[in-house]
Write a protein that binds this ligand. Structure first.
Ligand code: ADE
Ligand code: ZN
Length: 319
């Protein structure tokens, strides 16, 4: 029996497996510049975050209809459930769809077809977090927030993702203020490729409750002390860090040092179709490469529920 856990850092578009990509391409008459799934898989060699993002955005072309999005989300939920996930807080990237002519409503309704029945079908409770693309403008993010207002009964929070360096959190100050005024929870990617100062800024300027990745906090002892003191959860993604070369090999991952420092770490999959594994695979990988004890693994699983946006009573039930 896999450890019961919550997944808090998962881009639904990053769960698009090559087989489903080709199936949806055929369904929608979209031509992919790859002969077959093997050829596509060979393209999964990344130099850095940007080289991954290029492929991630390119393959989204196959997602056209509500049913496509529902099929994608259902496939993720089934895989996650099989790896012990009881609760998933799922990111999606509205602007990556609207800029290619797929409406926000199509994406949200499609996600809801799968998420609305997820507890009954998969035993997985869910929340939805809408991310802004930080390499797009703050105006575009604000327009996206306004366009999402009719769907706010389905959206728990906002996040910030895509190319990090050169796009500091402060760029989105007003958008996050507006999101807070709408009662939305706030998270942001920070300290994946970007400097520790982006983590501080995400906390102080955007008011985030969790930091996605946050890996580079380890370069700033005062920041580590603060994150420990304030019990700020970090949603780490070990296999992603290796594939995107922020860490050379898994055996060098700072997770053990982060836990020893008292940081509230969680383990997640980020974009599992691209990075070689779902959340249970990430747990297995850190167990074997880093020699984490069963107690440490249980701590990581427990942290995932504590750091979630579940209410206390829901959290206890899931654990
Ligand atoms: N979008 C999808 N995956 C991402 C990641 N790991 N970092 C930033 N943006 C992303
Ligand atoms: Zn991410």
């Amino acid at each position: 029996m896999p450890l019961p856990k919550a997944e808090l850092h998962l881009h639904i578009e990053g769960t698009l497996e090559p087989e489903l990509a080709f199936e949806l391409a055929a369904r929608n008459g979209v031509r992919l510049p790859y002969g077959d799934t093997d050829e596509l898989r060979k393209a999964y060699q990344f130099e850095d975050l940007q080289s991954f993002l290029n492929l991630y955005y390119e393959l989204m072309a196959v997602l056209r209809t509500e049913q496509d999005v529902a099929d994608l989300a259902n496939a993720y939920l089934a895989r996650a459930a099989a790896q012990g996930v009881r609760h998933a807080e799922i990111f999606f990237d509205p602007q990556a769809h609207t800029k290619r002519g797929v409406e926000l409503g199509t994406v949200v309704e499609g996600l809801w077809r799968a998420l609305g029945s997820s507890e009954a079908e998969h035993g997985v409770s869910t929340r939805l977090i809408m991310c802004f693309l930080r390499d797009d403008s703050a105006e575009s993010a604000m327009e996206t927030l306004r366009a999402a207002e009719p769907y706010l009964d389905r959206i728990t929070g906002v996040g910030l993702d895509s190319a990090e360096v050169g796009h500091p959190p402060v760029k989105f100050r007003e958008v996050y203020e507006a999101a807070a005024a709408l009662g939305l929870r706030r998270v942001a990617h920070a300290g994946e490729e970007g400097p520790p100062a982006y983590i501080t800024e995400a906390l102080d300027v955007l008011g985030v409750e969790r930091v996605d990745h946050g890996l580079r906090c380890m370069e700033d002892p005062a920041l580590v002390e603060r994150l420990v003191r304030e019990r700020v959860p970090l949603t780490l993604c070990p296999l992603s860090n290796v594939r995107l070369r922020t860490v050379d090999v898994l055996a060098d991952h700072p997770l053990p040092a982060m836990l020893d420092a008292g940081l509230m770490c969680t383990v997640n999959s980020d974009d599992p179709a691209y990075f070689g594994g779902y959340v249970g695979d990430n747990f297995d990988a850190v167990r074997s490469a880093l020699g984490l004890s069963e107690d440490r693994l249980r701590e990581l699983a427990r942290n995932s529920f504590v750091a979630s946006f579940l209410e206390d009573d829901e959290e206890r039930r899931e654990r």
